[in-house]
Design a protein around this ligand. Structure first.
Ligand code: NOJ
Length: 516
């Protein structure tokens, strides 16, 4: 299965406000069809003030007017289903928006109220409570606590937010919170969605004591130190079992958890038969373009699949990380390597995710003027970190200058570089050697293979700096050359290569599929 992640603000804008929307996706459905993907994972489109672009939800059972309404979503669903594609919605159960009526009620009610018990409100430390209740940092920088002003105007309690202050964490041990989650799941399932990508799936429960983190715990932005008690608490599994019970009543639906957990045994726990169906494994998003690093990322993903019995998942990028073209070196080299890595993930067993724009070989754009940055990380880190806007710039569709057919507006929510005219869908569709053409061809070929029944791959012996592997059912041998010199091709008929081959040689930064 190949799923395509749409970041809705950035895909296509139908109403010329400079921001992508659901009708834009419907209008561009042929792009998905031609690409040959099996479905779409849609980043959040629920009602949201948009501080974290939809990951701050103020009404989980409505569509934000920025993107359309519930009937537009229904039309998108029908359109996708009529083309045999599924729709996976993003679900944000860890936190709400600070503009959710629950937080507003919590602020209006005092300490100890049932309204506050849906979140984590605690007294501060120090004689006047002016210090946060513990030392937890927020993922976006600064402390994970914000102090509120009580109704009488005095400084009051603090509430927990692992992300921005506008994203207060919910307490999933509160029955009201999880009952509401059930309602949200059913609302979208009844509408016909095929499943959910579950945001922060490893963070949905907090330790009861909310104790300080050890001073030497490694605070990674995304991959988590197992001693970091903000994540992977035992109670999280009860939430996943509950979600699963709801989904089991809707046959054919599935969950995909965002689980940033390294150790295989802990990762696998999320995939027990009564929990998540699938979980994202992010090893490849952190691996440099080096044979050993790629192999160990693939092995760790396969180990997790073996340990859990769930299909492995592969992603080179998403809306939170630097795009692969840039990670691998930018320019022609970065593009060549990203193309090679596409052949790698498509030759592996399991589910491959493509982040919108990867099929165009878009780079991350680090030239966005600072006064146009929108990611909360930028302000929360006092401008030490640029945040993730670089990988969310709108997609170029046609024409030779911004906004490249993305929108009828002159300006787009993030400015588009004026160097992308060769990267548009229009330009690349006309070029059989383009990255888009490679994606289309590779996905089509992959679809002609049987679905693998096991997550096994067999590594073959290769020259230094190269990797070679076959799925267990072995439709092709995939060989990748990460070294600086051309190497001889193994025996076999070339099915596809990520760049022209050099006679019988596989050039650097290139991958090939060979039939044996
Ligand atoms: C993970 C999402 O992928 C990211 O974009 C978001 O900012 C955080 N969760 C908080 O919801």
């Amino acid at each position: 299965m190949v799923l395509y992640q749409i970041y809705p603000r950035s895909f296509a804008d139908s109403d010329d406000d400079g921001v992508g929307d659901l009708q834009g996706i419907i209008d561009r459905i042929d792009h998905l069809d031609t690409l040959g993907v099996d479905g779409v994972w849609l980043s959040p489109i629920m009602r949201s003030p948009g501080v974290d672009h939809g990951y701050d939800v103020s009404d989980p059972r409505d569509v934000d007017p920025l993107f359309g309404d519930v009937s537009t979503l229904r039309r998108l669903l029908d359109t996708l289903h009529s083309r045999r594609m599924v729709l996976i919605m993003d679900l944000v159960p860890n936190h709400t928006s600070s503009q959710h009526p629950w937080l507003e009620a919590a602020l209006a009610s005092g300490p100890g109220s049932t309204e506050r018990a849906r979140y984590f409100f605690r007294d501060g430390r120090g004689p006047d409570g002016s210090l946060p209740p513990n030392n937890w940092p927020s993922v976006f920088g600064g402390p994970a606590w914000t102090r509120v002003t009580e109704a009488d105007g005095t400084p009051g309690q603090w509430y927990l937010h692992l992300f921005a202050p506008e994203q207060p964490d919910l307490d999933s041990s509160n029955p009201e919170v999880v009952e509401d989650l059930d309602r949200t799941l059913r609302f979208w399932l009844d509408l016909g969605v095929d499943g959910f990508r579950i945001d922060v799936a490893h963070g949905l429960a907090k330790p009861e004591d909310l104790a300080d983190l050890p001073a030497d715990v490694e605070i990674a932005q995304l991959v988590v130190d197992v001693r970091d008690a903000r994540w992977d608490r035992p109670g999280v599994h009860e939430v996943h079992r509950r979600i699963r019970r709801v989904l089991d009543a809707y046959p054919g639906t599935a969950t995909f958890g965002e689980v940033w957990i390294g150790p295989v045994d802990r990762f696998a726990r999320y995939l027990r038969p009564d929990e998540l169906h699938f979980a994202f494994h992010f090893a490849l998003t952190g691996a440099p373009f080096e044979a050993d690093a790629i192999r160990s990322a693939i092995d760790s993903t396969l180990d997790a699949a073996r340990a859990s019995g769930s299909a492995p998942t592969w992603a080179l990028s998403n809306h939170d990380v630097v795009r692969e073209v840039t990670r691998y070196g930018n320019g022609a080299v970065g593009t060549a390597r990203a193309r090679a890595m596409l052949l790698a993930i498509l030759a592996l067993p399991g589910i491959a995710f493509i982040y919108n724009g990867a099929e165009l070989g878009l780079p991350s754009d680090f030239s966005i003027p600072h006064d146009r940055l929108t990611d909360p990380t930028w302000d929360r880190t006092d401008h030490a970190e640029l945040g993730r806007d670089h990988c969310r710039v709108p997609l170029p569709w046609s024409g030779d200058r911004p906004p490249y057919g993305f929108s009828g507006a002159d300006d787009t929510w993030l400015p588009m570089p004026d160097t992308w005219s060769d990267l548009t869908v229009e330009a690349q569709s006309a070029d059989p050697e383009s990255t888009l053409s490679l994606y289309r061809r590779a996905i089509r070929i992959r679809h002609s293979w049987p679905t693998p029944t096991t997550p096994e791959v067999r590594w073959t012996s290769t020259p230094d700096g190269c990797l070679g592997f076959l799925r267990e059912d072995g439709p092709v041998l995939c060989m990748i050359n990460t070294s600086r010199r051309s190497v001889p091709l193994p025996d076999g008929t070339v099915v596809l290569s990520s760049a022209p081959l050099d006679g019988g040689l596989l050039p650097p930064d290139t991958a090939v599929w060979l039939q044996r």
